[in-house]
Design a protein around this ligand. Sequence first.
Ligand code: PMP
Length: 359
Amino acid sequence: MTRCYNFCAGPAALPEAVLQTARDEMLDWHGKGLSIMEMSHRSAEVVGVADAAEASLRRLLDISDDYAIVFLHGGASTQFSAVPLNLLGGKGSADYVNTGQWSRKAIAEAGRYCDVNVVASSEDTNFSTIPPFEEWQLGADAAYLHYTPNETIGGVEFPWTPQVDVPLVVDMSSTILSRPIDVNAYGAIYAGAQKNIGPAGLALLIVRRDLLGKAHDLCPAMLNWQVAADNESMYNTPPTYALYLAGLVFEWLEKQGGLQAMAEINRRKAQKLYAAIDGSAFYANPVEPASRSLMNVPFTLADAELDKTFLAESEAAGLLNLKGHRSVGGMRASIYNAVGEDAVDALIDFMRDFEQRHG
Ligand code: PMP
Protein backbone atom coordinates (compact mmCIF):
# COMPACT_ATOMS: atom_id res chain seq x y z
CA MET A 1 0.00 0.00 0.00
CA THR A 2 1.22 3.49 -0.85
CA ARG A 3 -0.39 6.49 0.83
CA CYS A 4 0.05 9.70 -1.14
CA TYR A 5 0.39 13.20 0.23
CA ASN A 6 -3.03 14.87 0.13
CA PHE A 7 -3.27 18.65 -0.21
CA CYS A 8 -7.04 18.68 -0.75
CA ALA A 9 -8.97 21.69 0.62
CA GLY A 10 -11.70 19.37 1.83
CA PRO A 11 -12.60 16.62 2.32
CA ALA A 12 -9.01 16.69 3.47
CA ALA A 13 -6.32 14.41 4.79
CA LEU A 14 -7.09 12.54 8.00
CA PRO A 15 -4.38 11.45 10.44
CA GLU A 16 -3.13 8.02 9.42
CA ALA A 17 -3.31 6.81 13.03
CA VAL A 18 -7.02 7.67 13.09
CA LEU A 19 -7.67 5.72 9.90
CA GLN A 20 -5.78 2.75 11.32
CA THR A 21 -7.86 2.77 14.51
CA ALA A 22 -11.04 3.05 12.45
CA ARG A 23 -9.86 0.09 10.34
CA ASP A 24 -9.05 -2.01 13.41
CA GLU A 25 -12.40 -1.22 15.02
CA MET A 26 -14.48 -1.45 11.86
CA LEU A 27 -16.07 -4.88 12.36
CA ASP A 28 -16.00 -5.12 16.13
CA TRP A 29 -15.98 -1.94 18.20
CA HIS A 30 -14.42 -2.55 21.63
CA GLY A 31 -15.47 -6.22 21.74
CA LYS A 32 -19.17 -5.47 21.25
CA GLY A 33 -19.41 -7.62 18.12
CA LEU A 34 -20.71 -4.75 15.97
CA SER A 35 -19.32 -1.76 14.14
CA ILE A 36 -20.01 1.52 15.92
CA MET A 37 -21.75 2.43 12.64
CA GLU A 38 -24.38 -0.24 13.28
CA MET A 39 -25.35 0.85 16.78
CA SER A 40 -28.29 2.98 17.88
CA HIS A 41 -27.53 6.63 18.49
CA ARG A 42 -29.38 6.15 21.80
CA SER A 43 -27.09 3.29 22.87
CA ALA A 44 -24.72 3.77 25.78
CA GLU A 45 -21.86 3.10 23.34
CA VAL A 46 -22.67 5.87 20.85
CA VAL A 47 -23.71 8.33 23.55
CA GLY A 48 -20.40 7.54 25.24
CA VAL A 49 -18.49 8.23 22.00
CA ALA A 50 -20.30 11.56 21.56
CA ASP A 51 -19.69 12.56 25.18
CA ALA A 52 -16.00 11.67 24.93
CA ALA A 53 -15.66 13.68 21.68
CA GLU A 54 -17.26 16.69 23.33
CA ALA A 55 -15.08 16.40 26.44
CA SER A 56 -11.93 16.13 24.33
CA LEU A 57 -12.92 19.18 22.26
CA ARG A 58 -13.60 21.14 25.46
CA ARG A 59 -10.08 20.35 26.66
CA LEU A 60 -8.49 21.18 23.29
CA LEU A 61 -10.14 24.57 22.92
CA ASP A 62 -10.55 25.25 26.64
CA ILE A 63 -14.32 25.71 26.23
CA SER A 64 -16.20 26.69 29.38
CA ASP A 65 -19.66 25.53 30.44
CA ASP A 66 -21.01 28.89 29.26
CA TYR A 67 -20.83 27.38 25.77
CA ALA A 68 -22.83 24.53 24.28
CA ILE A 69 -21.09 22.21 21.82
CA VAL A 70 -23.39 20.82 19.16
CA PHE A 71 -22.74 18.38 16.32
CA LEU A 72 -25.00 18.97 13.34
CA HIS A 73 -25.77 17.77 9.83
CA GLY A 74 -25.52 19.77 6.66
CA GLY A 75 -21.98 21.11 6.63
CA ALA A 76 -21.05 24.71 7.18
CA SER A 77 -23.38 25.93 4.42
CA THR A 78 -26.51 25.00 6.40
CA GLN A 79 -25.24 27.28 9.16
CA PHE A 80 -25.28 30.21 6.70
CA SER A 81 -29.09 30.06 7.14
CA ALA A 82 -29.09 28.86 10.74
CA VAL A 83 -27.08 31.88 11.91
CA PRO A 84 -29.71 34.53 11.08
CA LEU A 85 -32.59 32.18 11.95
CA ASN A 86 -31.17 31.70 15.44
CA LEU A 87 -29.59 35.03 16.21
CA LEU A 88 -31.64 37.86 14.73
CA GLY A 89 -33.96 37.75 17.76
CA GLY A 90 -36.44 40.12 16.15
CA LYS A 91 -33.80 42.54 14.84
CA GLY A 92 -33.86 43.48 11.19
CA SER A 93 -30.17 43.63 10.34
CA ALA A 94 -26.81 41.97 10.81
CA ASP A 95 -23.23 43.03 10.06
CA TYR A 96 -21.11 40.93 7.69
CA VAL A 97 -17.49 41.27 6.53
CA ASN A 98 -16.76 40.22 2.96
CA THR A 99 -13.29 38.73 2.56
CA GLY A 100 -13.96 36.16 -0.14
CA GLN A 101 -16.12 33.47 -1.65
CA TRP A 102 -17.28 31.93 1.63
CA SER A 103 -18.15 35.30 3.16
CA ARG A 104 -20.15 36.02 0.05
CA LYS A 105 -22.16 32.83 0.36
CA ALA A 106 -22.92 33.55 4.01
CA ILE A 107 -23.99 37.09 3.03
CA ALA A 108 -26.24 35.87 0.23
CA GLU A 109 -28.00 33.42 2.53
CA ALA A 110 -28.44 35.91 5.36
CA GLY A 111 -29.98 38.32 2.84
CA ARG A 112 -33.06 36.09 2.76
CA TYR A 113 -33.78 36.85 6.40
CA CYS A 114 -32.54 40.36 7.14
CA ASP A 115 -30.85 43.47 5.84
CA VAL A 116 -27.20 42.59 5.50
CA ASN A 117 -24.88 45.47 6.27
CA VAL A 118 -21.54 44.70 4.62
CA VAL A 119 -19.27 46.56 7.03
CA ALA A 120 -16.14 46.07 4.94
CA SER A 121 -15.03 44.24 1.82
CA SER A 122 -11.68 43.36 0.32
CA GLU A 123 -13.17 42.75 -3.10
CA ASP A 124 -11.23 45.75 -4.48
CA THR A 125 -7.94 43.92 -3.77
CA ASN A 126 -9.32 40.72 -5.26
CA PHE A 127 -9.62 39.38 -1.70
CA SER A 128 -5.89 39.48 -1.06
CA THR A 129 -6.14 41.61 2.10
CA ILE A 130 -8.14 41.92 5.33
CA PRO A 131 -9.92 45.30 5.51
CA PRO A 132 -8.43 47.34 8.41
CA PHE A 133 -10.80 47.49 11.36
CA GLU A 134 -10.62 51.33 11.47
CA GLU A 135 -12.46 51.40 8.13
CA TRP A 136 -15.36 49.13 9.10
CA GLN A 137 -18.80 50.74 8.93
CA LEU A 138 -20.54 48.96 11.80
CA GLY A 139 -24.34 49.05 11.79
CA ALA A 140 -26.25 50.87 14.51
CA ASP A 141 -28.63 48.03 15.34
CA ALA A 142 -27.02 44.83 14.11
CA ALA A 143 -27.97 41.58 15.84
CA TYR A 144 -24.45 40.18 15.39
CA LEU A 145 -21.30 40.50 13.31
CA HIS A 146 -20.32 37.62 11.02
CA TYR A 147 -16.97 37.03 9.38
CA THR A 148 -14.82 34.25 7.96
CA PRO A 149 -11.51 34.08 9.86
CA ASN A 150 -9.93 31.98 7.12
CA GLU A 151 -11.03 32.08 3.49
CA THR A 152 -10.27 28.63 2.14
CA ILE A 153 -10.27 29.64 -1.53
CA GLY A 154 -8.35 32.92 -1.38
CA GLY A 155 -5.96 31.73 1.35
CA VAL A 156 -6.47 34.88 3.39
CA GLU A 157 -6.69 34.77 7.18
CA PHE A 158 -7.48 37.33 9.88
CA PRO A 159 -4.35 37.85 12.01
CA TRP A 160 -6.51 39.61 14.65
CA THR A 161 -9.96 39.33 16.25
CA PRO A 162 -12.32 42.31 15.92
CA GLN A 163 -13.64 43.88 19.12
CA VAL A 164 -17.30 44.82 18.76
CA ASP A 165 -20.29 45.22 21.07
CA VAL A 166 -22.46 42.60 19.36
CA PRO A 167 -21.89 38.82 19.35
CA LEU A 168 -19.13 37.74 16.96
CA VAL A 169 -20.19 34.86 14.74
CA VAL A 170 -17.50 33.07 12.78
CA ASP A 171 -17.22 30.46 10.05
CA MET A 172 -14.07 28.67 11.20
CA SER A 173 -14.40 25.76 8.76
CA SER A 174 -10.83 25.91 7.52
CA THR A 175 -8.95 27.21 10.56
CA ILE A 176 -10.53 25.59 13.62
CA LEU A 177 -8.12 23.45 15.66
CA SER A 178 -5.09 24.74 13.72
CA ARG A 179 -4.02 26.75 16.77
CA PRO A 180 -5.42 27.88 20.13
CA ILE A 181 -8.20 30.47 20.07
CA ASP A 182 -10.00 32.34 22.83
CA VAL A 183 -13.49 30.88 22.49
CA ASN A 184 -14.80 33.52 24.94
CA ALA A 185 -14.27 36.19 22.29
CA TYR A 186 -17.08 34.70 20.17
CA GLY A 187 -20.84 34.35 20.39
CA ALA A 188 -20.93 31.43 17.98
CA ILE A 189 -18.30 29.42 16.10
CA TYR A 190 -19.28 26.98 13.39
CA ALA A 191 -17.33 24.75 11.05
CA GLY A 192 -17.79 22.02 8.49
CA ALA A 193 -15.90 18.96 9.67
CA GLN A 194 -14.09 17.89 6.53
CA LYS A 195 -10.86 19.84 7.06
CA ASN A 196 -9.48 19.71 10.60
CA ILE A 197 -12.27 17.84 12.40
CA GLY A 198 -13.11 14.64 10.56
CA PRO A 199 -15.03 13.39 7.54
CA ALA A 200 -17.71 15.32 5.69
CA GLY A 201 -21.29 14.98 6.87
CA LEU A 202 -20.83 16.70 10.19
CA ALA A 203 -20.73 20.32 11.28
CA LEU A 204 -19.63 21.68 14.62
CA LEU A 205 -21.23 24.55 16.50
CA ILE A 206 -19.89 26.14 19.67
CA VAL A 207 -22.42 28.68 20.91
CA ARG A 208 -22.69 30.83 24.03
CA ARG A 209 -25.67 29.48 25.91
CA ASP A 210 -27.19 32.90 26.57
CA LEU A 211 -27.65 33.33 22.80
CA LEU A 212 -29.91 30.27 22.58
CA GLY A 213 -33.69 30.49 22.69
CA LYS A 214 -34.10 33.39 20.26
CA ALA A 215 -34.82 31.41 17.09
CA HIS A 216 -37.34 32.73 14.57
CA ASP A 217 -40.78 31.07 14.80
CA LEU A 218 -40.32 29.67 11.30
CA CYS A 219 -36.86 28.26 12.02
CA PRO A 220 -37.02 24.53 11.19
CA ALA A 221 -36.42 22.32 14.21
CA MET A 222 -33.42 20.83 12.43
CA LEU A 223 -31.78 24.27 12.22
CA ASN A 224 -32.74 25.38 15.72
CA TRP A 225 -29.62 25.52 17.88
CA GLN A 226 -31.59 25.38 21.12
CA VAL A 227 -33.32 22.17 20.01
CA ALA A 228 -29.94 20.68 19.11
CA ALA A 229 -28.35 21.74 22.40
CA ASP A 230 -31.30 20.57 24.52
CA ASN A 231 -31.14 17.18 22.82
CA GLU A 232 -27.35 16.93 23.08
CA SER A 233 -26.98 16.66 19.29
CA MET A 234 -29.46 13.75 19.18
CA TYR A 235 -32.71 15.47 18.18
CA ASN A 236 -32.67 13.15 15.18
CA THR A 237 -30.13 10.54 14.17
CA PRO A 238 -26.79 12.32 13.96
CA PRO A 239 -24.03 11.24 11.55
CA THR A 240 -22.73 8.78 14.13
CA TYR A 241 -19.76 7.42 12.21
CA ALA A 242 -18.49 10.89 11.36
CA LEU A 243 -18.87 11.82 15.02
CA TYR A 244 -16.88 8.74 16.06
CA LEU A 245 -14.09 9.69 13.63
CA ALA A 246 -14.10 13.29 14.88
CA GLY A 247 -13.66 11.93 18.40
CA LEU A 248 -10.64 9.94 17.23
CA VAL A 249 -9.19 13.08 15.60
CA PHE A 250 -9.64 15.06 18.84
CA GLU A 251 -7.93 12.25 20.78
CA TRP A 252 -5.07 12.28 18.23
CA LEU A 253 -4.71 16.06 18.61
CA GLU A 254 -4.45 15.71 22.37
CA LYS A 255 -1.75 13.05 21.91
CA GLN A 256 0.20 15.45 19.64
CA GLY A 257 0.36 17.88 22.55
CA GLY A 258 -2.79 19.88 21.85
CA LEU A 259 -3.28 23.02 19.83
CA GLN A 260 -0.17 24.86 21.01
CA ALA A 261 1.93 22.04 19.59
CA MET A 262 -0.14 21.99 16.39
CA ALA A 263 0.24 25.76 16.03
CA GLU A 264 4.03 25.48 16.11
CA ILE A 265 4.07 22.74 13.49
CA ASN A 266 1.51 24.58 11.34
CA ARG A 267 3.48 27.84 11.50
CA ARG A 268 6.66 26.06 10.51
CA LYS A 269 4.93 24.30 7.60
CA ALA A 270 3.36 27.50 6.29
CA GLN A 271 6.53 29.58 6.72
CA LYS A 272 8.58 27.07 4.73
CA LEU A 273 6.09 26.96 1.91
CA TYR A 274 5.63 30.74 1.67
CA ALA A 275 9.43 31.17 1.84
CA ALA A 276 9.82 28.76 -1.07
CA ILE A 277 7.20 30.67 -3.08
CA ASP A 278 8.57 34.13 -2.23
CA GLY A 279 12.15 33.03 -2.85
CA SER A 280 11.40 32.07 -6.42
CA ALA A 281 10.58 34.21 -9.44
CA PHE A 282 8.62 31.29 -10.87
CA TYR A 283 5.96 30.94 -8.13
CA ALA A 284 3.79 33.69 -6.64
CA ASN A 285 1.20 34.11 -3.88
CA PRO A 286 -0.98 37.22 -4.15
CA VAL A 287 -1.99 37.61 -0.48
CA GLU A 288 -0.50 40.39 1.66
CA PRO A 289 2.05 38.68 3.92
CA ALA A 290 0.37 39.63 7.24
CA SER A 291 -2.93 38.03 6.15
CA ARG A 292 -1.67 34.81 4.66
CA SER A 293 -3.49 31.65 5.65
CA LEU A 294 -1.68 29.01 7.69
CA MET A 295 -3.94 26.34 6.23
CA ASN A 296 -4.56 27.16 2.54
CA VAL A 297 -1.68 28.33 0.37
CA PRO A 298 -2.66 29.32 -3.16
CA PHE A 299 0.11 29.91 -5.66
CA THR A 300 0.47 30.54 -9.37
CA LEU A 301 3.17 29.56 -11.83
CA ALA A 302 4.91 32.23 -13.93
CA ASP A 303 3.37 30.64 -17.01
CA ALA A 304 -0.21 29.35 -16.63
CA GLU A 305 0.41 27.17 -19.69
CA LEU A 306 2.48 24.97 -17.37
CA ASP A 307 -0.38 24.39 -14.90
CA LYS A 308 -1.47 21.12 -16.47
CA THR A 309 2.08 19.79 -16.58
CA PHE A 310 2.62 20.80 -12.94
CA LEU A 311 -0.51 18.95 -11.90
CA ALA A 312 0.26 15.84 -13.92
CA GLU A 313 3.83 15.65 -12.66
CA SER A 314 2.95 16.38 -9.03
CA GLU A 315 0.29 13.68 -9.14
CA ALA A 316 2.76 11.21 -10.58
CA ALA A 317 5.07 12.12 -7.69
CA GLY A 318 2.35 11.27 -5.16
CA LEU A 319 1.40 14.86 -4.34
CA LEU A 320 -2.37 14.98 -4.84
CA ASN A 321 -5.08 17.63 -5.14
CA LEU A 322 -2.94 20.70 -5.77
CA LYS A 323 -5.30 22.25 -8.32
CA GLY A 324 -6.48 25.71 -7.27
CA HIS A 325 -10.17 26.48 -6.90
CA ARG A 326 -11.89 26.92 -10.25
CA SER A 327 -12.69 30.56 -9.44
CA VAL A 328 -9.02 31.44 -8.83
CA GLY A 329 -6.97 29.07 -10.99
CA GLY A 330 -3.35 28.14 -10.37
CA MET A 331 -2.52 25.86 -7.47
CA ARG A 332 -3.51 25.57 -3.85
CA ALA A 333 -1.86 23.49 -1.17
CA SER A 334 -4.08 22.93 1.85
CA ILE A 335 -1.84 22.01 4.74
CA TYR A 336 -4.24 21.14 7.54
CA ASN A 337 -3.25 19.40 10.79
CA ALA A 338 -3.11 15.94 9.25
CA VAL A 339 -0.74 17.08 6.47
CA GLY A 340 2.66 16.48 8.04
CA GLU A 341 5.80 18.52 7.70
CA ASP A 342 7.20 15.71 5.52
CA ALA A 343 4.40 16.39 3.01
CA VAL A 344 5.30 20.08 2.87
CA ASP A 345 8.99 19.24 2.46
CA ALA A 346 8.15 16.87 -0.38
CA LEU A 347 6.05 19.55 -2.06
CA ILE A 348 8.81 22.16 -1.77
CA ASP A 349 11.37 19.72 -3.22
CA PHE A 350 9.02 18.97 -6.09
CA MET A 351 8.40 22.69 -6.75
CA ARG A 352 12.15 23.43 -6.86
CA ASP A 353 12.77 20.54 -9.20
CA PHE A 354 9.86 21.55 -11.44
CA GLU A 355 11.13 25.12 -11.62
CA GLN A 356 14.61 23.92 -12.60
CA ARG A 357 13.23 21.79 -15.38
CA HIS A 358 10.54 24.16 -16.69
CA GLY A 359 11.32 27.62 -15.30
N1 PMP B 1 -17.03 27.90 4.74
C1 PMP B 1 -15.75 27.69 4.45
C2 PMP B 1 -14.72 28.66 4.96
C3 PMP B 1 -15.36 26.59 3.67
O1 PMP B 1 -14.09 26.40 3.36
C4 PMP B 1 -16.37 25.71 3.20
C5 PMP B 1 -16.05 24.49 2.38
N2 PMP B 1 -14.90 24.44 1.71
C6 PMP B 1 -17.69 25.98 3.52
C7 PMP B 1 -17.99 27.07 4.30
C8 PMP B 1 -18.81 25.09 3.06
O2 PMP B 1 -18.76 23.94 3.78
P1 PMP B 1 -19.77 22.73 3.54
O3 PMP B 1 -19.37 22.11 2.24
O4 PMP B 1 -19.48 21.85 4.73
O5 PMP B 1 -21.13 23.27 3.54
